[in-house]
Design a protein around this ligand. Structure first.
Ligand code: GUN
Ligand code: FE
Length: 437
């Protein structure tokens, strides 16, 4: 969109105004200038708003009755190099799955042509499903991670991209020394910052406690502080993993290791967190670190049921993650469904337990994700001043996932989207005001 022209979207608008409350505008408008939202209101106040903002030049996008304008979806945890394995190899739990399937695939990313092919595919696929922001684990290889950065920039997605740090536990050809780990990570950070993109940032990515020694984790924390970087890793996903961490480190709990290494900051996002204790949750809450809830992966790898309600009660920020290829699907729409299912399963036999519903899952996939990634000053909902990251959803597309055989109001359209939607229903995708699908 040209900077000096305005675009006015009119129709059904739904967003998570604050956690966990939904604002629905059945007949609403949003005015976008450049990358930013400059107004949102009921249609009857459009003329008055145009006058107040002295808008003389504009274009209009008018939504149909079967369409909805919603904020872009946020994937807080996805492994780009694992995409070729999506839907494969769910016969083993985490630690065996990593050894048998995952490290061997990731080791192939020393090949930059292969990297380009996969990364273009995963970025286009996730954008197609409406993921406007993705928090990516890359591979161990710095140059391959830059290929991922280039794919993201080329296709116009908002992203955090991390080069994995890993000095042990994997095959010889897929390990680095602690010295290499630090120098390659710092070079990667500088290379990404040199792109001078508002949308793509580097993120420090020690794979998980079992992959790196404490001293390296401490040095990575120093880098995070030097460059004011986000940090991502995995925590408490699988019971054998938790036991092994407790044997390998001097600690009471898994989270103590990251705490000791100074890796728990208010820009840290930890994937899974299924088996965290009350004390660990208190620690994460105090530190402002967040959880990427990856319900599909937790089922596929038989890791357990993560209780999102409990995380929220401890005031820990939560977003949704696909965790491809621990999760089978690159779709956050699927992750919303899976989050609802997990919560319902946790509620069986507990009459006082309030499971999350499709609207809560929508909040997690939008504003929840933005808060978890500390990007809620920029994205997550349609507050004036934020970037316009948005989707036009149509629940009545020919040959689509849904046969819309009766008229639905805006909230019913959202229900249908969460329970039945797929990429065919995501008809337009905007990131920072740019139409990218
Ligand atoms: N823990 C350490 N590495 C991984 C990974 O690649 N996927 C998942 N799901 N958990 C991990
Ligand atoms: Fe993961």
């Amino acid at each position: 969109m040209a900077e000096d022209t305005y675009t006015i979207f009119t129709g059904n608008i739904i967003h998570c105004e604050k956690l966990f409350s939904i604002e629905t505008l059945e007949n609403g408008f949003i005015i976008v200038k450049g990358s930013k939202i400059v107004a949102i209101d009921q249609l009857e106040r459009l003329e008055e708003t145009k006058k107040n903002l002295e808008i003389s030049k504009w274009q209009t996008v008018t939504l149909k009755d079967t369409q909805l304008l919603i904020p872009g979806l946020i994937d807080t945890h996805i492994h780009a190099p694992q995409y070729p394995n999506a839907g494969l190899g769910y016969d083993l739990p985490l630690l065996d799955w990593l050894q048998k399937y995952t490290y061997n695939l990731e080791a192939k990313y020393s090949d930059l042509d292969f990297s380009k092919k996969v990364y273009d595919a995963i970025v286009r696929k996730t954008l197609g499903y409406g993921t406007t922001t993705a928090c990516y684990f890359g591979s161990l290889f710095r140059k391959s991670c830059m290929v991922l950065v280039d794919s993201v920039l080329q296709h116009g997605q908002r992203a955090l991209v991390g080069k994995i740090n890993m000095t042990r536990l994997a095959p010889e050809n897929y390990l680095e020394t602690p010295e290499e780990s630090i120098t390659e990570t710092e070079t990667f950070i500088n290379d990404v910052l040199d792109k001078k993109s508002r949308l793509v940032k580097p993120i420090i990515t020690p794979r998980f406690a079992l992959s790196v020694e404490l001293d390296l984790m401490k040095k990575l924390a120093v880098l995070a502080s030097k460059y004011n970087c986000h940090i991502q890793t995995h925590i408490s996903e699988n019971c054998d993993e938790v036991c092994t961490v407790k044997k390998m480190f001097v600690c009471n709990e898994y989270a103590d290791v990251y705490h000791e290494a100074n890796l728990l900051t208010n820009q840290t996002i930890l994937a899974h967190g299924i088996h965290l204790t009350d004390d660990e949750l208190k620690l994460l809450s105090k530190k402002g670190s967040s959880i990427a809830h990856c319900p599909s992966s937790n089922s596929r790898l038989q890791s357990g049921l993560c209780d999102v309600r409990r995380l929220i009660e401890y005031d820990v920020s939560v977003g949704l993650g696909t965790d491809v290829s621990g999760g089978h699907s690159p779709s956050i729409i699927e992750a919303m469904r899976s989050a609802v299912d997990t919560s319902i399963h946790l509620s069986y036999g507990k009459p006082d337990y309030k499971h999350i519903n499709c609207y809560d899952a929508f909040c997690l996939a939008t504003l929840g994700g933005a808060k978890a990634l500390s990007l809620d000053d920029q994205v997550g909902n349609f507050k004036v001043g934020k970037d316009f990251d948005a989707l036009i959803i149509d629940m009545d597309v020919e040959n689509g996932a849904v046969d819309l055989l009766q008229s639905c109001n805006a909230s019913e359209l959202l229900q249908k989207f969460v329970y039945l939607g797929d990429d065919r229903n995501v008809v337009s995708v905007y990131v920072a005001g740019n139409k990218v699908k």
